[in-house]
Write a protein that binds this ligand. Structure first.
Ligand code: HEM
Length: 152
């Protein structure tokens, strides 16, 4: 049956896939294409602006749906400390990603002020790496949850 938790979970996973998948596309295809295709005035900035908009939506959706999923899981059965530990870790890494996304979003201002740092250059790769860690932790969470409801 199409329960609310199935819909919220689908939206959560879609937002995660759009953000991390978009990041991969950006780093693997868009940036190399813009670099090798010579100067295409304004195109890079436009792609960046559209992608930033998508990331903002994904972050908002992930926060809302993530809070719902966490509440739903924690109130549906008694989960052991491994689940709580992995969830806590996931939330910390996810929050670091959200902060980095805001930081990347302000990169135009920094570039104009000529204040590019090593962190601002590495931030997109860092978001991708942390995103992969979050996917792994999420898969672990699902495994732990299924183990907790499986009949002995
Ligand atoms: C504070 C933010 C977040 C919270 C509270 C949260 C919470 C959760 C919870 C409780 C689940 C269900 C786990 C289970 O089956 O027991 C889940 C699933 C999932 N989350 Fe998040 N999440 C957050 C952010 C993110 C982010 C940033 C990503 C990736 C970019 C992400 C990717 C996923 C994926 C892929 C699943 C499905 C895992 C699977 O079924 O294998 N989440 N999340």
């Amino acid at each position: 049956m199409l329960e609310i938790r199935v819909i919220v979970r689908t939206v959560h996973i879609l937002a995660a896939a759009a953000w991390i998948g978009g990041n991969i596309l950006y780093l693997v295809a868009v940036i190399p294409a813009l670099r090798s295709g010579g100067p295409a005035p304004g195109v890079g900035a436009q792609i960046a602006a559209h992608f930033r908009h998508l990331v903002n939506i994904c972050v908002g959706v992930l926060l809302l749906t993530g809070a719902y999923l966490a509440f739903d899981r924690l109130t549906s059965t008694s989960l052991g400390w491994p689940y709580l530990l992995v969830l806590g870790l996931k939330i910390i890494v996810a929050l670091a990603m959200f902060v980095l996304a805001i930081y990347i979003g302000q990169s135009n201002i920094r570039r104009l002020a000529k204040r590019t740092t090593r962190l601002s250059k590495a931030a997109p790769q860092l978001v991708l790496a942390l995103g992969m860690v979050v996917f792994l932790l999420s898969a672990l969470l699902t495994g732990l949850f299924e183990a907790s409801i499986a009949p002995n």
